[in-house]
Design a protein. Sequence first.
Lengths: 266, 267
Amino acid sequence: MDHLRLYFRYLGVSWRSQLQYRASFILQTLGTLLVSVTEYATVLALFARFHSVGGWTLPEVALFYGAVNVAWALAEGMARGFDDFASLVRSGEFDRILLRPRPTVLQILGREFTLRRVGRFGLGAGVLAWGWLTLDLGADPARLALLLWAIAGAVALFVGLLVIQATIAFWTIESLEVMNVLTYGGVTTAQYPLSIYPGWLRGVFIAAVPLGCAVYFPIVAILGRTDPLGTSSAWQATSPAVCGLFLLLALRFWRFGVARYTSTGS
Amino acid sequence: MRPLRAIFVARFRVLLQYRAAALAGVGTQLFFGLVLTSALGAFYASADFATTGAPPLSLSQAVTYIWLGQATLGILPWRMDAEVRAMIASGGIANELLKPIDLQKLWLARAVALRTAPVLLRAAPLLVVALLFFGLKPPPDATAAAFWLLGLLGAVALSAALTVIINISMLWTLSGDGMSFLVPALATLLSGQLLPLPLFPDWAQTALAWQPFRGLMDTPHRLWLGDLGGSEAWAAIAHQWAWVAVLCAGSRWVLRRGLRRVVVQGG
């Protein structure tokens, strides 16, 4: 409980400091919104030209698109401290974190919750809501719960990826750009249902980085369609748990890294 | 002209040192290229062309277009010149103003290096891999290849002109937050980097053909494809340089006004 209170304290500090530079904050938020709008504009342009993709219509794709963007905006905002972690190792700032009698993960999560991601979050939520209403999915609590469960899974997965990226910095001292392939690449890939992709790409995002377990299978269940990949509805309802497992493994790896941390001494 | 060439060569050499970053970039671009071409392939495969009408590019042309975009990604004016940003923030711009070289030309020379060196490192490996394994088609004839090179020249000039505009906007905002978000976001969409411009709706095509960002990617790609040939090719290249002239004249005027009110920070 004490930890939770401390986290909210951190949050308050982080948000107040970000809002100090009001004009800069507004411009950056508009910037993230504009980037998201341009990305969605290409989806709209493709559907205007080709009408459907692999048997999926635009409102259906809007659910995948919205869910993955909402989740990524939340994860990127929440785990900014991990995303930026290499600089803490380089500057020796991590030594100070180790000295404090609170968990490292809590302190790093508390460093910054980036508010300007509301641009991407807003567009994702808007697209999701539009798809939901157009498909007339209604207010069925089971469906809504499945959606929240899917988004929570995707957030866990993205945070897990950022934790792994940060842990690698214990050894490399710099942030690994290659991880962007899995984070940004995952967002780009999962904007469309995974069934439209060739097998190797599906394999990457189901077996290696199980993003599809959060933003593909449960959404197929929400849409009430039979999965072109032939999975059962029981699996579709439980698959986001795999992402939770992924996060637990990532945190395991983090503890392993912390135990082997030697300060850069600067 | 000589000092400008020296500045370009010096910056170019420095930027060529980032080989590890270039290698990581090649890997990232390969992955994104595969995702984008797979998604596009799925759209083509499931479309019923009897009801939608034939698309203006064949799948093979669209795939080539995407790969060219990934290979020459570094030409896009992604971000401002980080050193210029530091200079304006720290007051180092005073030193720049003391140099007996026109500031706009100095920044242009730096920007040309910034937009060519990284591309040179990344483009060749990406083009070879995409050509061998992932469906990139070579230009249909030598004329198209020559036009492509001409188009790349215009694209670099256009990108440098845009970079200078982002630099200048910092004289007002210091952080550069506004233009440095606006220009890259617009450039990514309107150059055809995310989706080939010909695939956008037909009603948008006239406007897309006029706007400047098209010259960054769409023009060289379509010259490579041979989609623009003969007089159309020359018109597209003239379009690039007309925008370079407009942007340079504009930034010259704005820079004069900006320097009148510039405050040198610190001591």
